[in-house]
Design a protein around this ligand. Structure first.
Ligand SMILES: O=C(O)CCC(=O)C(=O)O
Length: 293
């Protein structure tokens, strides 16, 4: 059933029915080692070049998205849309196995890229700026129709708790009232917790302690963030945000009545009605499709 670009060995690495049921219940999943070391090592080299200012392609706009530059402070670097700018990061982010796992988890026949980001934390970045605040990805994707979006989090090295890995709140994708939790840059996790703590809700934090080559996946409604990097090594990871096949653009107005636009709406091709086309292959390439099998 699955794509020719996956080998027999890779097919054996896909989530089982029990894994899919676990993901649906808990809102997260940890894969086996699915990305070869060479692909990650090239991505490390690509990220070093990226941080030195080298680009294989440039975005048509230089603002409207997170775009860390030298001089911005080093506790944490957050750069969005890196797969459009550096070929080694594109190679990693578009690995078919990532899409094939996402397709299984979402029971979708096709998976497209939505956006991506490279997140770096300097060693011993003990200050608050090394924290990624509790947020849901749904809150940053209000222009998407789908509640089935998900993200793959790919560390570039082994991760134990001291390095500040991604932390998810177990089962929080089932909680109501978190669809506007846009708190990525709110460094006080305890303060943000007050927004979603409620009687009867147990806040169970699960750190994504992974070996190099493993990936974690989280549902767009799962609350997640990360603590500072207390270790002596750099912490580097790429988050790849993915669309299930059913996802489309929808216009969205916030509670103040302001229309919200996603950065990529300006870049992608338009549908006959003028709306952004979230299946434009130049911006939202297919990562995996059952049709290739
Ligand atoms: O790398 C991090 O700590 C944050 C990444 C993230 O927010 C995500 O994977 O959606």
């Amino acid at each position: 059933m699955f794509t020719q670009s996956l080998s027999q060995e890779q097919l054996a690495l896909l989530p089982t029915d029990e894994d899919v049921a676990f993901y649906e219940e808990h809102g997260w999943y940890i894969s086996k080692k699915v990305i070869p070391d060479e692909i990650i090592d090239q991505a490390i080299l690509g990220s070093e070049k990226f941080y030195r200012g080298e680009r294989d392609a440039t975005l048509p706009y230089s603002s409207g998205y997170s775009n860390w530059k030298p001089g911005d402070g080093d506790s944490m670097r957050n750069n969005e849309f890196v797969s459009m700018q550096k070929k080694e990061l594109r190679q990693l982010g578009l690995q078919p196995i990532i899409g094939a796992i996402a397709a299984r988890l979402t029971r979708s026949k096709r998976i497209r890229l939505f956006e991506d980001q490279l997140v770096y934390k300097t060693p011993q970045s003990k200050d608050q700026f090394g924290v990624v605040g509790w947020h849901t990805d749904r809150a940053y994707c209000s222009n998407c129709t789908s509640d089935n979006l998900l993200a793959a989090w790919i560390p570039f090295h082994d991760c134990d708790e001291s390095i500040g890995p991604l932390v998810v709140i177990d089962g929080s994708h089932k909680w109501s009232g978190t669809e506007h939790l846009r708190c990525f840059n709110h460094h006080n996790l305890k303060e943000t917790e007050k927004k979603f703590a409620q009687e009867g809700r147990r806040i169970v934090e699960v750190p994504m302690t992974l070996k190099k080559g493993q990936i974690s996946f989280h549902h767009c409604g799962t609350i997640h963030g990360s603590y500072p990097n207390y270790s002596n090594s750099i912490r580097l990871a790429m988050a790849v945000h993915l669309q299930d096949d059913a996802n489309r653009y929808q216009p969205y107005w916030n509670h103040k009545g302001e229309q919200i636009h996603h950065f990529l709406d300006r870049i992608c091709r338009k549908l006959p009605n003028g709306n952004p086309d979230y299946s434009d292959p130049a911006v939202f390439p297919v990562v995996w499709s059952a049709e290739h099998s």
